[in-house]
Design a protein. Structure first.
Length: 695
């Protein structure tokens, strides 16, 4: 693909597609062609590369035995020529339905048109002849055709259900067409088409409406797009089809890998169209990642050998109107919809609890040792511990909670730690680590050992290491295991003290849960009332606490005079909400920094400001492209260059989501001494302003 401007979605592998449902008239190809061409031009003007129309749209589906009338069939070919002529003026592929004669048979077909040419014709494979359907009365099935080419509208083009249409200028755009019933059968033609390389599966359907059928279409199309790792465009006939014995709702759907991107209004009295930008790069990467997709293609190699690719040229627009026509969630690990968010929290919590229960049963240990800081991560881990003990029928006193204040522990977090342990009902103790830390610093010859306030990395890590050392020895002493509290975001950024610090535990329940999700998990437990009113109050206070390791003392205070932490984690490693975004698209899909930054810009710039924060209960943050580039640079350097050695030896921990984990025994195996140069070079290609002249 030619180099395109940074803000053009095409540059990042997105293709704009559409499904159009024109108003039609039964057996009036002239009118139907006019409506089709009008919508075709409308789609092209909005940057659409592929637009699909309904089954037999140039004639209408409900012609019945009129399909055997020569006048109607001739008029349909004239109508197709009108669409072909219109295609010479636009840079969009149109896929239209019509009856086609070949070798003394009649076929229900989709014609693929672009650039003033008819590219090919795909006949329907499965003809329903049950219930209200009588298609076998008029049409022949695709596999009954003897010819593999057809002369139509003055052109000789490929004919068959085995065609994949590929754009020369956009190689990831590979289109396959099937028709209505074809997707309702056990093995749809589009399944083989996907294995043959098709990324955009198109279904020209008429599909009369009956009670419950709309939901079934959703399930059918969602499932097929998910299994095939493809985009799926689905049409159904609308206003104008005969209602002699049937009814029509004009439903149009666009799915991508099981996810609904767009849906039309149903039962509309007018022509209507839906559009969406499908991520073809994402689909390609998912097929590459899921090796069983390739294995399936190999198993069907003999059947795929006869499939044909039709190459065509398409002019890619330098600018695409309306930006990216796709929702990019600011919080990819946290659903925006409150009901789905609650479901996600409940499922994640249960995965963590059940995993800890299994570990305790397998090890025949009934004591848990956990450090409780009064911050987010240890709070959530303690909640998991409490639920695990409840399920095992063990008293919560078997949870041994230790809060270990150091040189910079704030009154706020210390109080919260004690309040939380009291609300949980665990065994609670406080151990002041300052004396042992002073001794170690003195043994090291560190200036602080002689009372000189030198707050360096040694000073910080002595405290982190001392806490973990205490926890392990306490576990030995009481016959328990140490429950780790560090989260996925910290592992990604290397924000943990290696080996003898918070990096290590006997079992870590949080290791694949990102910081943004942990915040919602704690809030979800608070809102559930699981700990009573006082417990909920302390949980909400913990959610609102500034994230800090509290390792460096400070004299700072807020307006009320309350002490403020000397460190703010996000001042060093960047905002977690943005870094979790970067992590998701880097880990889950392997996107280049330029694409990650583009998606972050779409999600976080001010045009969408106010949409997500209210639904997530977050502050109304906004990030400029320059800020995104800066924080992404921090993420890339820490993730690819400086932190892998910590991830190479992490404790056991359950994977909770499809967003991935960083365990070397699971989703992420990487060398500890690799370079970050290729990612940092790509980072330099990101503009620093959203008003770049190239856009």
């Amino acid at each position: 693909m030619a180099e395109l401007a940074f803000f053009n979605p095409l540059r990042h592998g997105f293709a704009r597609v559409a499904v159009a449902v024109p108003r039609n008239r039964v057996a009036d190809p002239v009118f139907n062609a006019e409506e089709t061409v009008a919508m075709y031009r409308q789609a092209a003007a909005s940057g659409v590369l592929v637009v699909a129309f309904p089954e037999l749209g140039l004639s209408a589906y409900t012609c019945d035995d009129l399909f055997h009338q020569a006048a109607l069939l001739d008029a349909c070919e004239v109508a197709l020529q009108a669409v072909i002529d219109a295609s010479a003026e636009v840079s969009t592929v149109a896929i239209v339905g019509l009856p086609v004669r070949l070798d003394h048979r009649l076929f229900n077909c989709a014609a693929v048109v672009a650039g003033g040419r008819l590219l090919g014709v795909t006949p329907k494979t499965y003809l329903p002849n049950y219930g209200e359907f009588y298609e076998a009365r008029q049409f022949s099935a695709a596999d009954s055709a003897l010819a593999t080419e057809i002369d139509l509208c003055g052109q000789r083009v490929p004919f068959g259900a085995d065609l994949v249409f590929q754009a020369t200028q956009f190689p990831l755009l590979k289109i396959h067409v099937e028709i209505c019933e074809d997707v309702w059968v056990p093995i749809p033609p589009s399944s083989l088409a996907a294995l043959a390389g098709a990324t955009v599966l198109v279904n020209l359907s008429a599909s009369n409406i009956t009670i419950g059928k709309s939901d079934y279409r959703h399930n059918l199309v969602a499932s097929q797009s998910a299994r095939c790792l493809a985009a799926y465009l689905y049409s159904s006939a609308g206003i104008g089809e005969s209602t002699t014995d049937l009814a029509w709702d004009g439903q149009a759907l666009i799915y991508e890998s099981g996810e609904l991107l767009a849906e039309s209004e149903r039962f509309s009295n007018r022509s209507h169209m839906i559009r969406a930008d499908v991520d073809l790069e994402r689909l390609s990467r998912e097929r590459m990642r899921q090796n069983t997709f390739g294995i399936s293609a190999q198993r069907h190699k003999a059947a795929l050998a006869s499939w044909r690719t039709v190459h065509f040229d398409i002019e890619l627009p330098a600018r695409v109107p309306d930006g990216l026509l796709r929702t990019v969630e600011r919080f990819p690990y946290v659903p925006a919809d409150s009901a789905r968010r609650d479901e996600r929290c409940q499922e994640v919590f249960n995965i963590q609890v059940q995993s800890l229960v299994q570990r305790l049963e397998a090890s025949q240990i009934d004591k848990l040792v956990i450090g409780v800081s009064g911050g987010l991560d240890s709070t959530h881990a303690l909640l998991v511990c409490a639920q695990a003990m409840d399920r095992l029928g063990k008293p919560r006193e078997h949870i041994l909670g230790f809060t270990m204040p150091g040189f910079a522990t704030s009154d706020r977090t210390l109080v919260q730690a004690h309040q939380l342990m009291a609300a949980i009902g665990c065994t609670a103790r406080e151990i002041d680590i300052r004396p042992s830390c002073k001794q170690m610093l003195a043994d090291l010859g560190h200036p602080f050992g002689d009372g000189v306030p030198q707050y360096d990395i040694t000073f910080e890590n002595v405290q982190a290491g001392e806490r973990t050392s205490h926890l392990f020895r306490l576990a030995n002493h009481h016959g328990g295991i140490v429950v780790g509290t560090g989260d996925l975001s910290e592992l990604a950024l290397g924000w943990c003290t290696y080996g003898v610090g918070d990096h290590m535990s006997h079992y870590n329940v949080n290791a694949s849960v990102p910081k943004t999700l942990i915040k919602h998990l704690v809030r979800w437990v608070a809102d559930s009332g699981l700990l009573g009113a006082e417990g909920s109050q302390v949980l909400h206070a913990i959610v609102d606490t500034e994230v800090s390791p509290e390792l460096i003392p400070s004299d700072a205070a807020d307006a009320s005079g309350a002490a403020q932490p000397g460190q703010k984690t996000e001042d060093t490693i960047g905002p977690y909400e943005l870094q979790d975004f970067h992590l998701y698209y880097t880990l889950r899909y392997g996107f280049k920094p330029t694409k990650v930054a583009y998606l972050a810009h779409v999600a976080w710039h001010d045009r969408t400001l106010g949409r997500w924060p209210q639904s997530h209960g977050e502050a109304q943050n906004e990030y400029t492209l320059a800020a995104i580039r800066k924080h992404l640079g921090t993420f890339l350097w820490r993730f690819f260059k400086t932190s892998q050695f910590k991830r190479s030896c992490v404790p056991n921990a359950p994977k909770v989501g499809s967003g991935g984990s960083l365990s070397p025994r699971g989703d992420w195996r990487a060398p500890s001494d690799s370079e970050a140069a290729v990612w940092m070079r790509d980072l330099e290609r990101i503009p620093t302003t959203a008003s770049a002249p190239a856009d």
